[in-house]
Write a protein that binds this ligand. Structure first.
Ligand SMILES: N[C@@H](CCC(=O)N[C@@H](CS)C(=O)NCC(=O)O)C(=O)O
Length: 224
């Protein structure tokens, strides 16, 4: 049986959503985050050397990296619900583009924002004001304008597709982008534009997503 190594409040929610949507049977091994650092426990490193979640086990395959997991599951188990678009079509490009964009372009900016918000809190008291000044400067001058530009780009794309990333629903692109858009909306209220909101509502209204919530609890990403 498929086994998902699931870190609470993490990217693995979207893998669970995919498995529920495909109505596959799977086991979930849940890992709590460290209350202080919010990092994954050491035990996750026994599953994969990087100790990150999600990790999917299927027989002797151990698959890390959520985009690779989504690709694998769709190709291996998805054909009863999803037809891969013709290579080179606009629909194919949409799905491939957003599948890779989620972790390749958007998530690094959101992770950097989290890091620059956290760094001053970890400094000794005498260094805090300097660290805070530098970190706020990086956020204001580099990260926020970038995130705003990405938010506008996502909003205009979603507006063309009625609140989803491609013509079908959900596609690997929507599944991969769900966590990234949820994280962006949690950290930057300006990304609360109408089509982004419509996408988030569509995810939450999806029966497969609701089964995930019933099984492992809601995804509550913190704004800070
Ligand atoms: N690009 C990877 C990122 C994996 C990742 O960073 N996962 C986070 C959870 S959202 C994690 O495991 N964090 C815990 C830690 O770094 O200790 C993917 O998409 O799978």
């Amino acid at each position: 049986m498929l086994k998902v190594h699931h870190l609470e409040q993490s990217r693995s929610h979207r893998v669970l959503w995919l498995l529920e949507w495909l109505e596959l049977e799977y086991e979930v091994v849940t890992y709590p985050r460290d209350a202080k650092t919010m990092l994954a426990p050491e035990s996750l490193r026994q599953v994969h050397p990087l100790g990150k979640s999600p990790v999917l086990e299927d027989g002797d395959l151990v698959i890390a990296e959520s985009g690779a997991i989504v690709d694998y599951v769709m190709a291996r188990y998805g054909e009863h619900r999803w037809v891969e678009p013709t290579v080179g079509s606009h629909e194919w490009l949409n799905q491939r583009y957003w599948l890779h964009y989620a972790e390749g372009s958007l998530m690094p900016l959101l992770v950097m924002t989290l890091v620059f918000r956290t760094v001053p809190k970890k400094m000794p008291w005498w260094l805090k004001p300097i660290a805070k000044g530098i970190c706020q400067g990086v956020q204001q001058q580099f990260l926020q304008p970038q995130i705003q530009r990405h938010g506008e780009f996502i909003e205009s794309h979603l507006a063309r597709f009625d609140g989803q990333f491609a013509a079908q629903w959900p596609t690997p692109a929507d599944i991969q982008m769900s966590f990234a858009v949820q994280a962006m909306a949690a950290r930057d209220s300006r990304s609360n534009a109408p089509s982004i909101r419509a996408f988030l509502q569509k995810v939450e209204a999806d029966p497969a997503w609701q089964r995930v919530v019933a099984r492992v609890g809601p995804l509550s990403l913190l704004g800070d």
